[in-house]
Design a protein around this ligand. Structure first.
Ligand SMILES: [Zn+2]
Length: 185
């Protein structure tokens, strides 16, 4: 009997989530600055509402997102998952970052380019400095540790900022995109 109770308790522990959830939309006034920047870049209106999940613990964030503890947020389909708020220094910027990822997925760009464009829109690397990684386009970000991922994101931003001085977003889509995903708004 004791072992049954223990099993039931463990099962309960593993399946009960304590996150809070809400919705975020590009129409929110806090996101106006980011929305107008990405609209100017892509040359069309940017709309969309997403489900925002705020994890109650890092363990829960990892379980929900499948990512390492050092990531601040994740985005999949139309859901954004963030770490507990005490671990998110700038929630608006973090949410804008993930919303940009979700918006850009329709263009099916390589990840380094998507990450660089997202950071270009959020401006999160302005005034900061990290190690520059060579050939970001050839790197696999999914296996990186905290410090390497920071350098990776920074390097993507530097590279994309350089490219956007000489190319338009439309040209990047033609050169790197794998076609527009019609299913995404
Ligand atoms: Zn990102």
């Amino acid at each position: 009997m004791k072992s049954l109770i223990l099993v039931v308790f463990l099962f309960f522990e593993m399946t009960v989530f304590c996150f809070t959830s809400t919705f975020v939309s590009w129409e929110m006034p806090e996101l106006e600055e980011y929305r107008s920047l990405i609209e100017r870049l892509v040359g069309k209106p940017v709309k969309g509402t997403y489900h925002l999940i705020i994890a109650s613990s890092t363990g829960e964030f990892m379980e929900l997102s499948g990512l390492g503890y050092w990531f601040v947020a994740a985005a999949e389909n139309s859901t954004i998952i963030v770490q507990p708020l005490s671990l998110v220094p700038n929630l608006t910027q973090t949410v804008a970052h993930e919303m940009c990822h979700l918006f850009l997925r329709q263009y099916r760009l390589p990840y380094w380019l998507e990450e660089g464009i997202v950071c270009y829109v959020t401006g999160e690397w302005i005034g900061r400095k990290e190690l520059i990684l060579d050939r970001v386009e050839s790197l696999d970000y999914s296996e990186m540790d905290f410090m390497t991922y920071r350098s990776y994101s920074f390097s993507c931003w530097v590279e994309v900022s350089r490219i956007l001085r000489v190319s338009t977003f439309g040209e990047l889509v033609v050169a790197f995109g794998e076609g527009i995903d019609e299913q995404v708004e």
